[in-house]
Design a protein around this ligand. Structure first.
Ligand code: CU
Length: 373
């Protein structure tokens, strides 16, 4: 007995500490300057969602306060008093009351449904031709994002550059399993479903950098399937497009030239460097309203201008020579992938293999990739 008491005591004392810890963790969710905070909208679509959230939140708060106040009032007002043994009035059902508390919630739900449905339809609206929307094809892969700009014949991976203030219309599909494209500050989520095309519009109010993440569990590296959206002024966007349209330059001397030799032997089975390597791709068909669209998708991220990007491994690591060296030395040690399941005959690639590259080869490849601005 004595022992049991002894054991219980520390447990009781740590309860307040546990409560404070839970509260602290919960309160950390209230921070407003986090990069993936959907309550910090940076574009009209995200703002519409945010407005709807607050409307429903305040209605729910009002109901919460009313119901809890009534409950607390009744608990105290009608509590059993000491030495009062009289039996309270027994009530079994009250038709009028029951009708009232069925109709009132039904009316509240109907009222909430009006702005909700309106927002859902509004967010699904395709842009008018007058909006001069930029079209980007978004293809989800295990575990990275491909971004094609059909208007300009360019392609990037994991980092999407858009003109600030202009509507961007996304055609979203998948090359393998279901993913979900989500940039919380710009819009809600949209599933990337193999065989289908879904749409989403993004408009950034002002230039800025916005973080996104795959929002549908898609296998081993799901948590490391991120992306960035860079919204830049229109003239900067034009300059970016022009730079991206340049083919990858083939170096003729120095370390980069050594890297180029390795690249042609080891890397071109999966990666494209437009203008410098033979294109490898496969067809993915997306259907929409009975109509089929064929997407020529890449097997691995396009590296044509990889030197101008800021991240490695689908937004997981910042672009530094050290990270790139680690990536080339043993990609799966940085980001868990399953390259042993790659199938080059079908083009289903599930990660970058370890090629046992020498230090010299890695240095050459880094120089090459750095030169591909
Ligand atoms: Cu995914």
């Amino acid at each position: 007995m004595k022992q049991a008491e002894h054991q219980r005591r520390p447990g009781r004392r740590s309860l307040p500490i546990l409560l404070i810890l839970i509260l602290a963790i919960a309160a950390s969710g209230c921070s407003t300057d986090l990069p993936q905070n959907s309550l910090n909208p940076a574009g009209p679509a995200a703002r519409q969602i945010d407005d709807l959230f607050w409307l429903v939140f305040w209605i729910a708060t009002g109901i919460f306060v009313l119901v809890e106040s009534a409950l607390i009032y009744a608990t105290f007002r009608f509590r059993r008093r000491r030495d009062d043994d009289t039996e309270v009035k027994q009530v079994h059902g009250n038709t009028r009351l029951e009708i009232v508390w069925t109709i009132i919630p039904a009316l509240i739900l109907a009222a909430v449904a009006v702005p909700t449905v309106a927002t859902v339809f509004d967010l699904r609206r395709a842009p008018e031709p007058s909006e001069n929307a930029l079209v980007v094809n978004v293809i989800g892969h295990q575990w990275w994002w491909e971004f094609e700009y059909p208007e300009y014949g360019i392609e990037t991976a994991n980092e999407m550059t858009i003109p600030a203030g202009r509507t961007v219309y996304l055609n979203i599909t998948s090359a393998d399993v279901i993913h979900s494209f989500w940039v919380p500050q710009l819009n809600g989520k949209r599933d990337a479903v193999p065989g289908r095309i879904n749409h989403l519009t993004l408009t950034a109010d002002a230039p800025g950098e916005f973080l996104g993440q795959c929002a549908e569990f898609c296998g081993l590296a799901h948590a490391d399937m991120r992306h960035k959206v860079f919204a830049v002024p229109e003239d900067e966007f034009e300059a970016w497009v022009a730079a991206q349209q340049e083919p990858a330059a083939v170096p003729t001397e120095g370390l980069a030239a050594e890297g180029w030799d390795t690249f042609q032997v080891v890397c071109t089975a999966c990666h494209n460097a437009r203008g410098a390597t033979p294109t490898v791709s496969r067809e993915v068909i997306g259907a929409e309203g009975g109509e089929e669209t064929v997407f020529e998708v890449s097997l691995a991220p396009d590296l044509t201008h990889f030197g101008s990007r800021t991240t490695i491994g689908a937004g997981t690591f910042t672009w530094t020579e050290d990270h790139l060296a680690e990536w080339l030395d043993d990609p799966s040690s940085l980001k868990p992938m399953t390259p042993e399941r790659n199938d080059l005959t079908t083009g289903r690639i599930l990660g970058m293999p370890d090629f046992d590259l020498s230090e010299q080869e890695i240095e050459g490849l880094i120089a090459l990739l750095e030169a591909w601005q």
